[in-house]
Design a binder for this molecule. Structure first.
Ligand code: TYD
Ligand code: MG
Length: 454
């Protein structure tokens, strides 16, 4: 028998190496290379045969049937939106998130709708069937058509799917499932990779739609980590803050749709409820007449969403100042700080600097620049931003303001939420359709913008 050879993987980028190294040559990360035993390829072939995939041959493209993918609704509009208009039959969706964020709850809640028209097999390696039943009863989940299976062995799961032939398979979570053919422990890179690959073949071979739950470890990558992302059809991240009931679902990858949509949920006693109007949710509890807060409007996919940017500047007590940014890109925030100091004429260099975006949103659009500048200046001067004022605009390094896309959609969302003034770049491209009741304050640089502070 051939001696099993060891291989090393980078847990960040998934590259494989023959020997251990301190730094991954491919992605440059330190201490991310771990050892994994190699899986016997004969056994691998047996697993893929068991998963229902026969031999394949290359086919001329003209002979390949071009049927549109079959989509079905999951019963949760916010989830359907992130999936690109419903789940695709025969696809594999990975739902990742920190432990306790509500992944199992989301999966169980979609069963309520899915069970109406198909059979769902819910495999759990974390909870007993009784535990799931109790939760399902508490969440009022329809029972006919839903099958529970508490199992962690991959081969048993595959053979159950082959005999029971469910339309939808939910695996919760991938880190608890193990294949008897890979000798590594459950949750390791080799196991997670192997199990996902087999489930992927099962999805494609039998046309089963598979939802796989994956825990995100504290470094923020899916355990067994980025190695899974390239294999699966769709990667969803379920995010939220510990002390906040809002949860945001976003697509990191989607082979069947765009990745810029978000879904917003709220966790309550009755499980997750959809938040069809995220702007209201993000602005709830906004302080009145407090310095350091400014509202902006960002585009999440095709949906405009209002966000509150908060900034706090305080003189640093010691030589070196502290700078943190939460929900706003750190480098961009630093750039705004420098622009405000140099072009806005505020002496900020001896200040501690904290930026926070309320509600767990992550702003990655330049359109939010102006709101950050205004919030920073407001905190520095200790003067509140008018409560009915919002700001949109990209800020350049010379302090000039640049126009942003989808201005009209943003303006109407700003007006809909009751704002009556909006700072916008003086040179906005395209024809502006200003909603009634909204006054535009056109500014061409940041000095003019911070002059609105009363
Ligand atoms: P869960 O779905 O088990 O998280 P995950 O599968 O991502 O680890 O959700 C667990 C958390 O959600 C737990 O802290 C309790 C909370 N929760 C509610 O607040 N209300 C509910 O109705 C349910 C089912 C869970
Ligand atoms: Mg769970």
């Amino acid at each position: 028998m051939a001696k099993a050879r060891s291989l090393f993987y980078c847990t960040d980028c998934g590259n494989e190496y023959l020997k251990w190294q301190g730094k991954c040559p491919a992605c440059g990360a330190w201490n991310t290379i771990v050892e994994q035993p190699v899986v016997d390829t004969k056994k691998k072939a047996a697993v893929s045969a068991a998963a229902g995939l026969g031999a394949h041959h290359p086919r001329p493209i003209a002979e390949v049937e071009a049927v549109d993918e079959l989509r079905f609704n999951t019963g949760m509009k916010e989830l359907d939106r992130v999936l690109g208009g419903g789940a695709v039959k025969g696809s594999l969706v990975l739902v990742g998130g920190a432990p306790g964020i509500g992944k199992s709850t989301l999966m169980l809640q979609i069963c309520d709708h899915l069970c109406r028209f198909c059979n769902v097999l819910y495999v759990s390696g974390e909870e007993s069937e009784r535990q799931i039943k109790l939760r399902a009863r508490r969440l009022n989940i329809r029972e006919e058509g839903l099958y529970l299976f508490s199992e962690t062995n991959l081969e048993d799961i595959v053979s159950t799917v082959q005999t029971e032939r469910p339309d939808i398979l939910i695996v919760d979570s991938i880190q608890t499932i193990y294949s008897g053919d890979a000798s590594a422990s459950p949750g390791s890179v080799a196991q997670v990779k192997e199990c996902t690959m087999t489930l992927m073949r099962l999805a494609k071979g039998m046309g089963v739609t598979v939802f796989v739950v994956g825990h995100i470890n504290k470094e923020g990558s899916l355990a067994g980590p980025k190695v899974l992302e390239h294999m699966v059809d769709c990667v969803l991240h379920f995010e939220g803050e510990e002390h906040n009931s809002y949860r945001i679902l976003r697509a990191a990858k989607n082979r069947f749709g765009a990745t810029n949509e978000i879904g917003v949920f709220e966790m309550g006693d009755q499980g997750l409820t959809e938040v069809p109007n995220p702007s209201e949710a993000m602005l709830s509890g906004r302080p009145e007449n407090m310095p350091g807060s400014c509202v902006t409007c960002v585009m999440e996919g095709v949906r405009p969403v209002l966000a509150e940017v908060q900034a706090l500047l305080s003189p640093s007590g010691y030589g070196n100042s502290r700078r943190t940014s939460n929900g706003f890109d750190y480098n961009r925030a630093m750039m705004m700080l420098a622009v405000l100091e140099k072009r806005g004429g505020l002496a900020l260099s001896n200040c501690d600097f904290y930026v926070n975006v309320i509600g767990g949103l992550t702003l990655d659009e330049p359109a939010a620049d102006l709101a950050l500048i205004v919030a920073l200046a407001s905190s520095f001067r200790d003067k509140p931003v008018p409560f009915d004022l919002a700001a949109i605009g990209e800020v350049g390094l010379t302090g000039e303001l640049r126009s942003v896309n989808a201005v009209n959609q943003r303006l109407s969302e700003i007006r809909r939420l009751g704002f009556s003034k909006c700072l916008i770049p003086a040179r906005s491209s395209g024809k502006l359709a200003v909603p009634a009741g909204l006054d535009l304050i056109r500014v061409s640089n940041i000095r003019e913008a911070i002059a609105v502070l009363v």
